[in-house]
Design a protein around this ligand. Structure first.
Ligand code: AMP
Length: 218
């Protein structure tokens, strides 16, 4: 039997990347972050990365057709394992493409978890965010700092600020979320697979709520 299909979505800075990594690791599931996969393409200087980079740095969505291929490849590579989608789908057209892809694979989306955070909290969170380009670990300078400043706890890599984590770009990304991604709430509510989690407070406490909903043991 195939593992569970879970989507974790929410505004930029809601903590979905951190939570999706933890959930996938504890549940033995595939973590599929389109943001991470796109950043890897940019770093590798691939044709896809070159096409995607301008959109990403401007805080806009990369065209749907460019993202679809990497999602498909990653899902197929995961075989029958459960999966945690992080940052895909980002609009209704991507949601329809995902449905078609999952149907073709004989899989389904079982849960859509909305990690919600008030808008005023978001800008402060993101401008304090640092990430590891080597292993994709995410830190917050105040709430979740690395043990040694500027160095990744997981792999010893040098931490960076993402080029799209500046205040102006975050505001653009928030507007894109409101216009394009928020409509997914009604879609998944209509299918009775939506669960709403408030993404404020302790990382571990939020992770526990997610594990209970998904049925993953700590
Ligand atoms: P994230 O790491 O999820 O914040 O994504 C960073 C950036 O990658 C976004 O602002 C978009 O430019 C791009 N991106 C990530 N996922 C998608 C997606 N599903 N569709 C289009 N663009 C995406």
């Amino acid at each position: 039997m195939s593992g569970k299909g879970v989507l974790l979505f929410g505004p930029p800075g809601s903590g979905k990347g951190t939570q999706a990594q933890l959930l996938a690791a504890s549940g033995g599931m595939t973590h599929l972050s389109t943001g991470d996969l796109l950043r890897e393409e940019v770093k590798a200087g691939s044709a896809l990365g070159k096409q995607a980079q301008g959109y990403m740095n401007a805080g806009q969505l990369v065209p749907d057709a460019l993202v679809l291929g990497i999602v498909k490849a990653r899902l197929k590579a995961g075989g029958d394992k459960g999966f945690v989608l992080d940052g895909y789908p980002r609009n209704l057209a991507q949601a329809a493409a995902l449905d078609a892809m999952l149907k073709e694979m004989g899989r389904a989306l079982d849960l859509a978890l909305l990690l919600d955070v008030p808008g005023d909290e978001i800008v402060a969170r993101i401008t304090n965010r640092r990430t590891c380009p080597a292993c994709n670990a995410v830190y917050h300078l105040k709430a979740n700092p690395p043990a040694k400043a500027g160095i990744c706890d997981q792999c010893g890599g040098a931490l960076v600020q993402r080029p799209d984590d500046t205040e102006a770009t975050v505001r653009k990304r928030l507007a894109v979320y409101e216009d394009s991604t928020r409509p997914l709430i009604d879609l998944y509510q209509g299918r009775s697979i939506l669960r709403h989690i408030i993404g404020l407070g302790d990382i571990a406490a939020i992770q526990n709520q997610l594990r209970v909903i998904v049925g993953v043991r700590a």
